[in-house]
Design a protein around this ligand. Structure first.
Ligand code: HEM
Length: 273
């Protein structure tokens, strides 16, 4: 049935549905640009210096970083960074409907690679987080560790539901996995959006502590996860809730775009040029 053939009372429902979908596409398009910038940074900074054998350069950025003599830790870190690049390329590709439709085999293999890479990166990250010094206080360690555990749980759920051919539920758990895996990216984007909006480090201490850092340690994945749940609920709700959710997603996407710009200009670009 076409839009023109619809009864008039269906129009608000249709428009609300479109607004919600458009907000999701808007969010995803902006996130894709931001994740592309992040992966370029990972490859050009860590990949390039790693291939040249200049691992010490990693310590220009990292606090734990490359440590002479720590073979296990250094190998874990190198693998973590390699997997970070694989995940950041593979994740967005999984979510493009046209790719899923046209190349289902690619979707399946990329999905398996993504899930394994995300779980390994999280387990390696957990090891690094608890064996090395990190930026910030213990809230950062606990926050990112919970992020890692949730990634493993959601990835296992998404995988099992795909095997059981329960594709609707699989889609929801895969999206939760994607949002959680993007937690480290949201951290950087959330930090830069905050710094730009406040024109300075409000709520951020000199040792990378303070209330905003504590909030972001958990908020970087729990807030996006909450918004995703809101979006899922709005898909089953009435027109008013759909439009309200579309507006929330739209505004948050603009904030995210500001953070991406800040992270690209302030963090990533200066390290690769
Ligand atoms: C799964 C998605 C993840 C991605 C894409 C990712 C990506 C990265 C990147 C790019 C870095 C380099 C830091 C920078 O240049 O900004 C890094 C470092 C690190 N990540 Fe992850 N990470 C992920 C998950 C985790 C998790 C779940 C943990 C902990 C449980 C973790 C712990 C660490 C640690 C400890 C470092 C080294 C920090 C340092 O030495 O100062 N990562 N990660």
């Amino acid at each position: 049935m076409t839009d023109t053939a619809l009864p008039e009372q269906d129009l608000p429902r249709r428009l609300a549905e479109r607004a919600l979908r458009a907000s999701g596409v808007f969010w995803f398009s902006v996130a894709m640009v931001g994740q592309a910038a992040f992966v370029l940074y990972i490859v050009l900074f860590y990949g390039r210096s790693g291939l040249a054998g200049d691992y010490a350069r990693w310590n220009d950025v990292l606090v734990g970083g490359w440590r002479t003599g720590d073979m296990v830790g250094n190998a874990t870190l190198a693998l973590h960074l390699l997997l970070a690049a694989v995940i950041t390329v593979g994740g967005p590709l999984q979510l493009i409907p046209a790719v899923r439709r046209r190349w289902p085999m690619f979707h399946r293999w990329n999905g398996r690679t993504y899930m394994v890479a995300a779980m390994l990166a999280s387990l390696g990250g957990l090891y690094l987080a608890w064996t090395r010094d990190l930026a910030g206080e213990v809230a950062m360690q606990v926050g990112i560790s919970l992020n890692g555990v949730l990634i493993v749980v959601c990835a296992v759920m998404a995988w099992r539901l795909a095997l059981a051919k329960r594709f609707d539920e699989h889609r929801r758990w895969a999206l939760r996995t994607f949002v959680l895996v993007s937690g480290v990216w949201f951290f950087r984007v959330g930090l830069m959006a905050w710094l730009l909006a406040n024109r300075g480090p409000v709520g951020i201490g000199e040792d990378f502590d303070g209330p905003y850092v504590r909030f972001l340690a958990y908020g970087c994945y729990l807030v996006p996860l909450a918004v995703l749940e809101l979006y899922f609920r709005a898909q089953r709700a009435g027109p008013a809730a759909r439009v309200a959710t579309a507006a929330v997603v739209g505004v948050l996407t603009l904030v995210m775009a500001l953070g991406i710009l800040g992270a690209a200009m302030g963090m990533w670009l200066p390290r690769v040029t």
